[in-house]
Design a protein around this ligand. Structure first.
Ligand code: NAD
Length: 351
């Protein structure tokens, strides 16, 4: 197949891991007879430095002609006091693309069971999918304002927004172990009460799925007490952001987690869950696996290349089984970003 992929590397380790993801995509293209062509765009701090805005018009134009968007991460201390912060570029892209469903799988690779901060018997078998609402809630609600003594953020959800993300999650659960936890704060928040009502109303349409409603504070506790009880979790934007970092820690490192952001029509958006990691940027030691696994999700969801996606995922599992680890997983004995990717390339099938 032929596909045009827009690369938005961004800042810090974002650029370092996207480079590795492209090496894996190129290997897949060569081995399975596909042709991926790449365009590159500026976003985040890099775009502020080059063009004075975190999301130049040129990048917005490129979004419209891409088949899929492959993103690194944006932000860093250098731009913390910029009039418009780098993260605004990312939020604008999500909104422009209408990618309201952010899928964040957190799977424990058996080889990493001893690397979890949790006991191996607690974490063994963890395989969950967080479906995070991505284009609403606190991150987008208006009014949003501050002056010297007061700040306002607004959490808004419409029933239609909850309906579409909940349906997405019900369908995802149908394709997995058929357990759906809907996470909210319905004891306090009006938006959560609406959320719970909509999910409850939809449940009879998906009778094969068992639905549990759970408060977000309880869910954050349950994730570390018994992560294996979860299959699919669906939740609003902010709760999903926080719980997915927690899930990342449970399975070993935030550097491992991929994500796909989908909407009603392509192009869809793929990025590792982590940020720009200013503490390790420029050292060539970032874990590229979250980004490489995001490339696998792109092959699966944007291009329906299931065999190729599975080939990447199994190469990652085998590299970890063989003991290859970056420093976030192995400390000083860990390998570089580039060598981790080499280990994946060596374990990809010939096609
Ligand atoms: P972070 O995810 O960048 O880093 C948190 C910790 O995890 C750091 O110790 C870092 O070294 C480590 N880490 C993260 N990814 C890693 C990887 N691939 N390999 C090895 N170690 C890894 O989060 P942060 O430090 O809170 O944020 C840093 C910057 O990134 C901030 O400017 C923040 O706004 C931005 N950020 C951007 C995104 C995004 O673009 N999607 C997401 C989160 C944070």
């Amino acid at each position: 197949m032929n596909a045009k992929i827009l690369l938005l590397p961004g800042d810090g380790i974002g650029a370092e891991v996207v480079r590795e993801g492209v090496r894996v995509l190129d290997a897949i293209a060569a081995r399975y007879g596909h042709s991926f062509c790449y365009e590159e765009g500026l976003v985040g701090g890099a775009a502020i430095d080059a063009a004075g805005t975190p999301i130049p018009d040129e990048t917005l134009r490129k979004l419209k002609t891409a088949d899929a968007v492959f993103f690194g991460a944006v932000g860093g201390p250098k731009w913390d006091h910029a009039p418009v912060r780098p993260e605004a570029g990312l939020l604008r892209i999500r909104k422009e693309l209408g990618v309201y469903a952010n899928l964040r799988p957190a799977v424990l690779f058996p080889a990493l069971a001893s690397g979890s901060p949790l006991r191996a018997d607690v974490v063994a078998g963890t395989d969950l999918l967080i479906v995070r609402e991505l284009t609403g809630g606190l991150y987008f609600g208006k009014p949003k304002a501050r002056d010297a003594t007061k700040a306002v953020d607004t959490m808004t959800y419409t029933a239609a927004e909850v309906d579409r993300i909940a349906r997405f999650a019900f369908r995802a659960a149908q394709g997995r172990r058929k357990i759906l936890h809907s996470i909210d704060k319905a004891n306090i928040l009006e938006t959560s009460r609406l959320w719970r009502e909509v999910v409850t109303r939809l449940a009879p349409e998906y009778r094969d799925v068992t639905v549990h409603h759970m408060l977000v504070d309880t869910a954050s506790m349950a994730l570390v007490q018994r992560p294996t009880q979860f299959d699919v979790l669906v939740t609003e934007n902010t709760f999903g952001d926080i719980l997915s970092d927690e899930a990342a820690a449970v399975v070993g490192s935030i550097g491992l987690l991929p994500s796909a952001s989908l909407g009603d029509a392509p192009p869809y958006f793929y990025e590792p869950v982590h940020g720009t990691a200013p503490d390790i940027a420029g050292q060539g030691i970032a874990n590229p696996l979250g980004c490489i696994l995001s490339a696998a999700m792109m092959l699966r969801y944007s291009f329906q290349l299931e065999r190729e996606a599975a080939a990447i995922e199994s190469a990652v599992a085998r590299a970890l089984d063989d003991g290859v680890r970056t420093k976030d997983l192995a400390g000083q004995s860990g390998v570089s970003t580039e060598r981790m990717t080499n280990a994946i390339l060596e374990r990809l099938p010939r096609g």
